[in-house]
Design a binder for this molecule. Structure first.
Ligand SMILES: Cc1cc2nc3c(=O)[nH]c(=O)nc-3n(C[C@H](O)[C@H](O)[C@H](O)COP(=O)(O)OP(=O)(O)OC[C@H]3O[C@@H](n4cnc5c(N)ncnc54)[C@H](O)[C@@H]3O)c2cc1C
Length: 422
């Protein structure tokens, strides 16, 4: 295990001072801590996480590393590769070789393939618990300090730092930069008067692992139904059985029925709604339902403060973009902070942080719009809209350039300025 970076003491107050305090040790908070630790080992970083990590937890009850699976884009792979983490994640990942998009009850359908896009894979699907296991192992061996369970009680902005009072300690700490990554509806951001605008979709996303009769051959299916979109994403085999990760969006009443249904009835409903493209569905694992909303923070940067991850923007999961976008934010932020530090510029100044936000603005806006419009477009029952979207899908199947643009978006390459997509 490596030495933790030596934390400074504020000369005037005697208070412990860190370069960064990251609140929220979920996928985003830990990723930032690890990217910084990899970049320059002299960053002093403290991570505060509300819930202790329990490695023996069979129910995956941690809020970030739970029973979900995440479709990582090609650009996320490259970021994790740069941080030396990909070789540990890859054994738990299933490569997406093809994406198959269809609209139930209509003829439009399109296929996007990795070969056509000229990449090894369009993305990778990994269970969150494995992402958690890999990130937490690396964190334990890094220079990052960790406090869990711990929460922020009070934040006092100072002239060029923030003072942080903790719930479980009488000793305050200080940070040049406070990173708020404690998820959607962030309590920490609210303490600073940063609020989130929440627009519920009036839908829930049911997730579950599904055992299949036949091999999935690396095909991911996105299917739009009258009730809402559904995705079946390829997972590595388990116990010799092919598996996929289901994300099934439904209105709340139908979601409650499906959550209460027996496994047999659930599988029957799934097969009816999804069809037989992936063959027979054999078994369903633990089901969890998430209420879905588009949530955006009123501010992302202030002097000495950054809001990241779901605390900054939380998206509809249909296009699998939420974490991928946040990881591009994280990589850009780490880059901007590293450059400022190495040139002796104040890395926590408003100017530096606004520079970060400016670099990510187009990527954030495009990804938010794409993730928000996709489910809304397919939710329209009007036959004119249905005709439009189906001719769109048919056109996409016929026009390689349009398909390759869609594929690039999914791979996180839509915004070349972000620099992580190439
Ligand atoms: C059904 C579903 C499927 C999804 N699929 C995909 C996908 O395929 N691809 C993709 O890119 N994205 C996907 N997403 C989005 C992705 O899960 C999120 O973008 C990601 O979890 C955001 O991580 P985060 O660390 O910002 O927030 P979270 O995962 O919410 O983590 C926040 C952390 O902060 C901690 N915390 C909370 N309050 C406090 C506090 N007061 N003090 C300290 N710590 C605190 C929590 O315990 C938690 O550990 C999906 C989302 C859903 C709901």
């Amino acid at each position: 295990m490596s030495q933790k970076a030596v934390t400074g003491i504020d000369k005037n107050t005697g208070v412990k001072h860190y370069d960064l305090v990251i609140v929220g040790g979920g996928m985003v908070g830990i990723s930032l801590a690890l990217l910084l630790a990899q970049q320059q080992s002299d960053w002093t970083v403290l991570l505060l996480e509300a819930q202790a990590y329990d490695h023996s937890d069979k129910h995956n009850s941690h809020p970030s590393f739970d029973s979900r699976s995440t479709a990582l884009s090609w650009s996320s792979r490259k970021i994790f590769q740069g941080a030396g983490l990909w070789s540990e994640l890859e054994p738990h990942a299933s490569a997406i070789k093809k994406i198959h998009v269809s609209d139930r009850g209509h003829m439009g359908l399109t296929r996007i393939s990795a070969d056509e896009a000229g990449v090894e894979a369009l993305g990778y699907v990994i269970e969150n618990r494995w992402i958690g296991a890999v990130l937490l192992d690396r964190l334990a061996a890094s220079t990052v300090e960790m406090m869990a369970p711990e929460r922020v009680a009070k934040i006092v902005p100072l002239k060029s730092a923030v003072r942080i009072h903790l719930e479980n300690s009488d000793e305050p700490i200080q940070a040049s930069l406070l990173v708020i990554a404690d998820g959607a509806n962030s309590q920490t951001a609210q303490k600073l008067g940063i609020y989130s605008d929440k627009q519920p979709y009036g839908q829930q996303g049911i997730i579950a692992n599904i055992a299949l009769q036949d091999a999935h051959d690396g095909v991911a299916y996105e299917r739009f139904t009258d009730q809402g979109p559904m995705a079946m994403l390829p997972l590595p085999d388990f116990d010799g059985s092919p598996r996929c990760a289901l994300v099934w969006t439904q209105p709340p009443e139908r979601s409650a029925e499906l959550m209460a249904a027996t496994d047999k009835d659930f599988l029957k409903a799934l097969q009816e709604s999804f069809g037989y493209r992936m063959g027979m569905v054999k078994k369903v694992g633990e089901r969890v339902a998430y209420p879905l909303a588009l949530t955006t923070a009123s501010e992302q940067v202030r002097r000495n403060i950054v809001v990241l991850g779901n605390a900054a923007h939380s998206l509809h999961p249909v296009a699998g973009q939420g974490f991928n976008l946040s990881l591009r934010d994280v990589a850009t932020l780490a880059d901007v902070l590293g450059k400022a530090k190495s040139t002796g510029t104040d890395f926590s100044s408003l100017e530096t942080l606004e520079g970060y936000q400016q670099k990510q603005l187009a990527d954030q806006q495009n990804t938010l719009m794409f993730s928000d419009n996709l489910p809304k477009l397919f939710a329209q029952p009007s036959s004119v809209v249905a005709l439009g979207r189906n001719s769109g899908l048919v056109m996409m199947d016929l026009l390689p350039s349009l398909r390759s643009r869609f594929a690039k978006f999914g791979m996180g390459m839509a915004n070349k300025e972000a620099g992580h997509g190439q």
